[in-house]
Design a protein around this ligand. Structure first.
Ligand SMILES: [Zn+2]
Length: 368
């Protein structure tokens, strides 16, 4: 046991946990650790949690886990949340960022530009930031995946929406690249665990002594994270994600502090649910592939069209184009894993479309 961190000079005016996790404020989730949800205007995720940890480095010093999205509403919510803790943005000593998505990274960069606060990010995110800084447009990496999946119309539609990433929005390299290992936040020792999948360089921070897991988007309490939506693609984001879930499952059971949703779930329970979800999706998609005539095969788009999406099991055709793109990319990630495990065989037709068929006859399939 270690002594808890010294209390700040003024007791923070921390509110009880709200009914809705998106409600603004600063909410104590563990001694000396506060959840500050920041709004995400016009985004389905609604809000992103920034966690402020008392680090004892200076009078009221705070280390943030994740920085939020550089939009005015988020900046104001951060300032208001810090004020509740008797702090300001000048109290922030360092920002540890789980991954380079805009809702986690860009406000950190804005704060650094103004106040010089150092930012640390997992080394695995380097190719993503470098690719963005080199001038890639958003969605460009996803277009070949869509075409290989047979989704030509959607690819053409998304290609018209492509626009260059605005570097002024906060796409800069961090001050420090984090490797797997440990980092100290005051008296706390945080284990840095590389958890690729959601993005290639995602990291989580585990405070094992206090049973806390700052999980970013790797393990979320209510939704399954998107996979590989990033500038520099990897070959098998679902395989990476499943390995990263196993790595988190190998830690002791911790209190889940995820970036989108309420805090406090069991990390073990939630990881088990996510693994089960993907097992079920793999089985569901394998059944679709197995039902296709092996000499013809089936495209990733057709597989995506044969399974339900979101917890409401919506049809692919009912999703908006952005989510349709995510669904097809996710299906392709699952088919990739099925190909790697040998359950499915992939070949390409003359136009470059990938066709999947079952490697072995399936007993309940259409074979005579
Ligand atoms: Zn993310």
């Amino acid at each position: 046991m270690t002594a808890p961190p010294a209390p700040p000079p003024q007791p923070p005016q921390v509110r009880p946990a709200p009914a809705a996790w998106t409600e603004p404020g600063a909410f104590e989730v563990a001694p000396g650790v506060y959840r500050i949800p920041l709004p995400m205007p016009n985004d389905g995720l609604a809000a992103v949690n920034v966690f402020a940890i008392e680090d004892g480095s200076a009078k009221g010093g705070l280390t943030l886990v994740d920085g939020g999205w550089a939009v005015e509403a988020a900046r104001k919510a951060l300032e208001a949340g810090l004020k509740q803790l008797g702090a300001t943005t000048r109290s922030i000593t360092r920002i540890l960022v789980t991954h380079s998505h805009r809702d986690h990274y860009t406000l950190a960069v804005q704060l650094r530009r103004e106040l010089g606060i150092p930012i640390a990010l997992g080394i695995g995110e380097k190719p993503n930031l470098e690719t963005i800084i080199a001038g890639i447009s958003n969605f460009t990496p996803q277009l070949p995946i869509l075409r290989e999946a047979g989704a030509f119309e959607l690819a053409d539609f998304m290609e018209k929406k492509v626009r260059p990433m605005n570097l002024a929005d906060g796409w800069e390299l961090p001050d420090q690249w984090l490797e797997a290992g440990e980092t100290e936040v005051g008296q706390r020792r945080l284990t840095i665990l590389a958890t690729p999948g959601h993005t290639r360089g995602h990291v989580v921070f585990a405070d094992q002594e206090n049973q806390l897991l700052f999980a970013g988007d790797h393990v979320l309490p209510h939704i399954t994270p998107s996979l590989g939506l990033e500038a520099a693609l990897t070959s098998s984001p679902l395989r990476d994600f499943l390995s990263s879930l196993a790595a988190v499952r190998a830690l002791p059971d911790l209190k889940l502090l995820g970036a989108h949703g309420p805090s406090g779930a069991s990390s073990h329970q939630r990881v088990d649910e996510l693994v089960l979800h993907h097992d079920q999706r793999l089985a569901e998609m394998l059944a679709v592939v197995a039902a296709a005539a092996p000499e013809i095969g089936v495209t990733s788009m057709a597989v995506a069209g044969s399974v339900g999406w979101t917890r409401h099991k919506r049809a692919l055709a009912d999703l908006d184009p952005f989510n349709e793109m995510l669904a097809i990319c996710e299906t392709t990630s699952h088919l990739r894993v099925l190909t790697e495990t040998g359950a499915v065989v992939r070949r390409h037709d003359p136009s470059g479309v990938a066709l999947y068929s079952a490697a072995h006859p399936v007993a309940s399939g259409s074979q005579p």
